[in-house]
Design a protein around this ligand. Sequence first.
Ligand code: NAP
Ligand code: GDD
Length: 384
Amino acid sequence: MKKALITGITGQDGAYLAEYLIKKGYVVHGIKRRASMFNTERIDHLYQEPFEENRNLILHYGDMTDSMNLTRIIQEVQPDEIYNLAAMSHVKVSFEVPEYTGNADGLGTLRILEAVRLLNMTDKTRIYQASTSELYGLVQQVPQTEQTPFYPRSPYAVAKLYAYWITVNYREAYNIHASNGILFNHESPTRGETFVTRKITRALSRIALNLQQTVYMGNLSSQRDWGHAKDYVKAMYLILQQDVPDDYVIATGITTTIRDFILQAAAEIGLEISFEGEEKNERGLLTGINKDVFVEKVGEEHLESIKLRALKNEQVVGVEPAYFRPTEVELLMGDATKAKTILGWEPEYDLNALIKDMMQSDVKLMKKDHHLKVTGFDTLNYFE
Ligand code: NAP
Ligand code: GDD
């Protein structure tokens, strides 16, 4: 049985990748951080009884800032493949914690590579580095390929630039099978709640259920190339199955503004929104309801209240300058031709299917909130 070690296993990608590798017959080891509350919600469904001999998911406490901890875990586990997914991954937050971001996201990658080298595991262990389309930043070319020059625009992206190049350097200097996946934005129902897509799908679900009036957003005009995390973890696996290590762009090739994502996600549950005004004064008004879609996707019992709000053209989207970034990445659009040709990678989800998946999941989740609010019943299993 092959052994994989995943850093960042409690995150969106870590959880999907762990599930994917377990299904392929791997024994998966994951590094999680100690937290004051449970932080394994995304992988709890994979976890088995602690005393079982044949467990295929084993967790270790650790941190990307702790070299000795990482080196010990790698020595103990002796992984065939390491997927380095752990990172302080929020671009806006990285402006507030730049040094920590550099340490965890940049030097953390060096710690993994150096551990494999010092433990003489360079012939045995393959390494996947979670690189990012944020490297392109102030884009020098559209669409972006493996050849497009980088121009990072945040402490996060600069840290990831170091991680990208140290991975290339260790590959060339020490012949390590180390590869970068330059992944464009990918989302899912378990996407962190503060990333834009999930913020939108949660808020629209709450608005539909009359639990929230307005959602305040940052830059509505930036454009992203969004795929589904389920498709993207398959690319990570494929990259490590190649005889020769290399770097690959993983993207859909389609770019969409944040504003259009809101409109499409709203339409998915029968809400019609119209935008008016500009920049800080831009607002999204609820101007209509597609009754049949709303009843099917949200439920008849919520129709009357949403119709009333639409009649009044209530504001449901606003702009809050606090969400703007000091330097923005305005446009991302990737060209994954190399991955499609060499890896045979093909995504199954388009943006529409991604939005469907996220809206369906969040409406279901928020209905539990609604039930809590309406009945005052507080012993529901919120995360069931
Ligand atoms: P995520 O949901 O934010 O997960 C990040 C993971 O890293 C979590 O498990 C987190 O642990 C862990 N982590 C953070 N700091 C750590 C530290 N100092 N030591 C150990 N673990 C730490 O991110 P994601 O969306 O799954 O992304 C996975 C990786 O791909 C990240 O490196 C991200 O930068 C990169 N990436 C993501 C995208 C995307 O669109 N999703 C695109 C390109 C690249 P906790 O659960 O304890 O916080
Ligand atoms: N988070 C957030 N919140 N973003 C907003 C908001 C808001 O209220 N309003 C507008 N945006 C804009 C941001 O300014 C950015 O242009 C875009 O929405 C996407 O923001 P995020 O969803 O936070 O993602 P990101 O593109 O900055 O970073 C994600 O993708 C990268 C790959 O390109 C993260 O997953 C990174 O870890 C990843 O590397």
